[in-house]
Design a protein around this ligand. Structure first.
Ligand SMILES: O=C(O)[C@H](O)[C@@H](O)[C@H](O)[C@H](O)COP(=O)(O)O
Length: 238
C-alpha cells in the first residue's frame, strides 16, 4: 500500500518521512515551534505526550530543542497504573528520554499515584490535573493497531464517558486488552482542547489501521476517529 493509494480527507495534514530518525527530527522541530509560539504569546505552554514504543527518539530530539523549558508543563496523555520505576511506566519513559539536559527544567504532572483502587488513582490524577490551564498547546498522540489512542481502548469500561465532549472528568480509569491492563487516560475534552495535535505512526500495519478509520465514524469502535480532523498533523514512516 502506498500513501497515495488512500484518499485522505483534505483537512488532514499527512507527512510521509523517509525513516524513523527523520520523522523524530521533523516532529521535534514542529512541536518546538508550536511550544515557543505559545510561550511567546502567553508566557507558558503545556505539552501532552503519549507513551509506548514509538516516541523515545522524538522525545530525545525534542529535548535538544532550544526552548524555555522552565516555562513548560509536560503531561502524559495516559499512564499504565504502575510506579514510575516500572519498565512500563510512561512517566518513566518521559523522564528517561524527554526530561533530560535543559529539558529537566520543565514541570512534569504525572498521572500515577499509589491508591487503594484503580478508580481512586484516577480521582487523584483528576485532582492533580485540576490546575492545568486549558487549552493545552500541543498534543502528541500515538495509535494502536486497534485504533486506540492514549488509553482510549475500544470496549473498555468508561470509554463512552471518556469520549463524551462534556465529560466532567479530566482523567478516567480504563482497561487495556493487554498487560498492564489498568490504565489512566486523559479524557476527550482535555485532549481535544489542544491548539496543535500531531499523530505519530510507523509501519504499514498502522497505515492500514488509519485507512480503516476512514471507513466509519464511530469513535467507540476506533477512538482515534475522535481526532481525525483539523488541526491534526499525521507523521508517518515505514
Ligand atoms: O501508553 C501508551 O501505550 C500510549 O499512550 C498508547 O496510546 C500508544 O501511543 C499506542 O499504544 C501506540 O504505541 P506504540 O508506539 O508502542 O506502537
Amino acid at each position: 500500500m502506498s500513501i497515495d493509494s488512500v484518499a485522505w480527507p483534505a483537512e488532514l495534514a499527512f507527512h510521509e518521512l523517509a525513516d524513523a530518525e527523520t520523522l523524530a527530527t521533523a516532529m521535534a522541530q514542529r512541536v518546538a515551534r508550536a511550544l515557543q509560539a505559545a510561550i511567546e504569546a502567553r508566557g507558558r505552554a503545556t505539552l501532552v505526550v503519549s507513551g509506548g514504543r514509538s516516541p523515545a527518539a522524538f522525545f530525545e530530539c525534542l529535548a535538544e530543542q532550544p526552548l524555555e523549558w522552565e516555562r513548560l508543563t509536560v503531561v502524559p496523555a495516559d499512564e499504565r497504573w504502575v510506579p514510575p520505576g516500572h519498565p512500563d511506566s510512561n512517566a518513566g519513559l518521559v523522564r528517561r528520554h524527554l526530561l533530560r539536559g535543559r529539558a529537566v527544567q520543565a514541570r512534569f504532572v504525572g498521572l500515577y499515584q499509589p491508591a487503594d483502587s484503580h478508580e481512586a488513582a484516577a480521582r487523584l490524577a483528576d485532582a492533580a490535573l485540576a490546575g492545568l490551564s486549558l487549552p493545552i498547546d500541543v498534543l502528541v498522540l500515538g495509535m494502536g493497531e486497534d485504533g486506540h489512542t492514549a488509553s482510549l481502548f475500544p470496549g473498555s469500561p468508561n470509554l463512552d464517558a471518556a469520549l463524551d465532549p462534556a465529560c466532567p472528568r479530566r482523567c478516567l480509569p480504563m482497561l487495556a486488552p493487554g498487560e498492564p491492563r489498568r490504565r489512566l487516560t486523559l479524557t476527550l475534552p482535555l485532549l481535544a482542547s489542544a491548539r496543535s495535535t500531531l499523530l505519530q505512526l510507523q509501519g504499514d500495519a498502522k497505515l492500514a489501521t488509519l485507512r480503516a478509520t476512514l471507513a466509519g465514524e464511530d469513535a467507540r469502535q476506533m477512538p482515534i476517529r475522535a481526532f481525525l480532523h483539523s488541526p491534526l498533523e499525521i507523521y508517518w514512516c515505514r
